[in-house]
Ligand binder design. Structure first.
Ligand SMILES: N[C@@H](Cc1ccccc1)C(=O)O
Length: 488
């Protein structure tokens, strides 16, 4: 529409002198005309020259005086011929009219402002300011002196904008030929490709910026935790098997076979392959014994331990399964103290809600040395969590089949103004460590927490499904381009 108007006008006329005037003549917004001009100019259908235009326009204050009159005239008219007290006058007009009106009316010698009384010095006045403003509004020329005075009173302001003068360009045509950008199957089928004009390639156009990789918040926090563990002298345990036997996940941890966590409602068992092929037989025998009748100072659970139950494959329910394997391996060599950690995925057959998923990540740390105490555990936890920015900790006695004593870990959340549970911890039981073959005075302190919990706190996310799974908004991830790893 705007394009037809411009090309059509140039067909009959040599020139469009000013695109601004042209736009208002044909009733189209000038910005729209400018866009069309840029496109026509790009294809050399028109030649365009910049014109800088300036115009005095009324400020809001100026506009208000075109209706109500200038404050000096308003004030003058509020003074009756017999005069009025200052107090009365002040009541009759707006404070701003009074203030500005007084100073202008005195300057104009219209009013006599006595100590108490205000009186007229002239019979009548003309509202020149209002007349000037109206003339400027209509685009009429006014004296430079008047312009300066109104500008000083901030009643008018200079508006500048760009417009164009247009003439025919080298490729001018009264109508733009539509150029095709792509050769399509339809063009070939219809055969109209023969008459089509194709848009030229623009080899200097910038391409779409390439999307690089991005880090998921969980990966970032995981990296941060890895660094913390490494700085504290911990070694990372290999965690690559999601499938684990019940033996390493439960039995080795002195978790009885009737324990509710071993129910299929809580654990995903594998159908194929449903059982593990190999377990260390001597050790299995010692685990069986400690479950059934105890030993090492324990009475055991006193039930019939079944090998078939231990053989069942499952998706590991906690990374403590990784720890049990590592401690067993450690016990097969002459003893050396160790600090281990792992951060990886675990699975639980749970109803999914805003704080639970069927799969999540666990962070696990353990220290294994002779003569460790609960005090060592509390000390290590303070060190570890303060590096994560959580320095106010509280512990609550808890129960795990594999630790005694056990403690839940709470941290004071400054934002939520309350204590939130952040992890679980304890000292592994002798019933777990001694059948492995670890020396009797070796103690293992350990703790575990989810990776999702601190990540949600750090990123202010309150629904776990916004962090993990198919409903995650990709913009959350695109905030972390991979090249900035280590920077933030
Ligand atoms: N395995 C525990 C965490 C834990 C690890 C180590 C010691 C004590 C507790 C859990 O899944 O919650």
């Amino acid at each position: 529409m705007a394009e037809d108007a411009i090309l059509g006008f140039l067909e009959k006329n040599e020139k469009i002198a000013d695109s601004g005037k042209f736009a208002s003549n044909i009733g189209i917004d000038h910005n729209e005309i400018v866009n069309v001009i840029k496109s026509l100019h790009g294809f050399r259908l028109v030649d365009a020259e910049d014109i800088k235009r300036e115009k005095w326009v009324l400020t809001d204050e100026g506009k208000s005086y075109t209706v109500a009159g200038s404050p000096e005239v308003q004030l003058f008219l509020a003074v009756p011929p017999e005069g009025i007290s200052r107090e009365e006058l002040q009541k009759k007009v707006d404070p701003s009219v009074y203030k500005i009106g007084c100073s202008q009316a005195i300057k104009n010698k219209w009013l006599e402002m006595g100590k108490a009384q205000v009186s007229r010095k002239v019979q009548q006045v003309e509202d020149q300011v209002k007349d000037l403003l109206l003339r400027i509004q209509d685009g009429e020329a006014v004296d430079q002196g008047d312009i300066d005075a109104l500008k000083k009173r901030k009643l008018i302001a200079l508006q500048t904008w760009k417009s164009y003068s247009l003439t025919k360009g080298p490729n001018y045509a009264p109508k733009r030929k539509k150029v095709a950008t792509d050769l399509t199957r339809e063009h070939l089928q219809r055969g109209d490709w023969k008459d089509l004009e194709f848009k030229e390639y623009n080899f200097s156009a910038k391409g779409q910026p390439a999307e690089g990789g991005h880090l998921h918040p969980l990966l970032k926090v995981r990296k941060q935790l890895q660094m913390i563990f490494l700085q504290m002298g911990f070694e990372e345990m290999p965690t690559n098997n999601f499938v684990e036997s019940s033996f390493w996940n439960f039995d080795a941890l002195f978790q009885p076979q009737q324990h509710p966590a071993r129910d299929s409602h809580d654990t995903f068992f594998l159908q194929v392959p449903s059982t593990t092929k190999k377990l260390p037989e001597d050790y299995v025998e010692r685990v069986k014994r400690v479950h059934e009748s105890g030993g090492y100072g324990s009475r055991g659970y006193g039930y019939d331990w079944k090998r078939e139950e231990a053989n069942k494959n499952l998706l590991r329910t906690h990374t403590t399964a990784v720890s049990s394997r590592m401690l067993y391996l450690l016990a097969q060599k002459p003893f050396a103290p160790k600090k281990y950690f792992s951060i990886d995925r675990v699975f639980r057959n749970e109803a999914v809600d805003r704080t639970h998923l069927a799969e999540f990540h666990q962070i696990e740390g353990l220290v294994c040395d002779r003569g460790l105490t609960l005090g060592d555990l509390i000390g290590v936890l303070h060190d570890f969590f303060s590096r994560l920015g959580m320095s106010k900790l509280r512990f609550k006695p808890a129960y795990n089949p594999y630790t005694e004593p056990s403690m839940e870990i709470f941290s004071y959340h400054e934002g939520f103004k309350k204590w939130v549970e952040i992890g679980n911890s304890g000292m592994f039981r002798p019933e777990m460590l001694l059948p492995m073959g670890l020396p009797e005075d070796v103690r293992v302190i350990a703790w575990g927490l989810s990776l999702e919990r601190p990540t949600m706190i750090l990123y202010g996310i309150d629904n776990i499904r916004d962090l993990f799974g198919h409903k995650v908004d990709l913009s959350l991830i695109k905030r972390n381009p991979i090249c900035r790893l280590g920077v933030d």
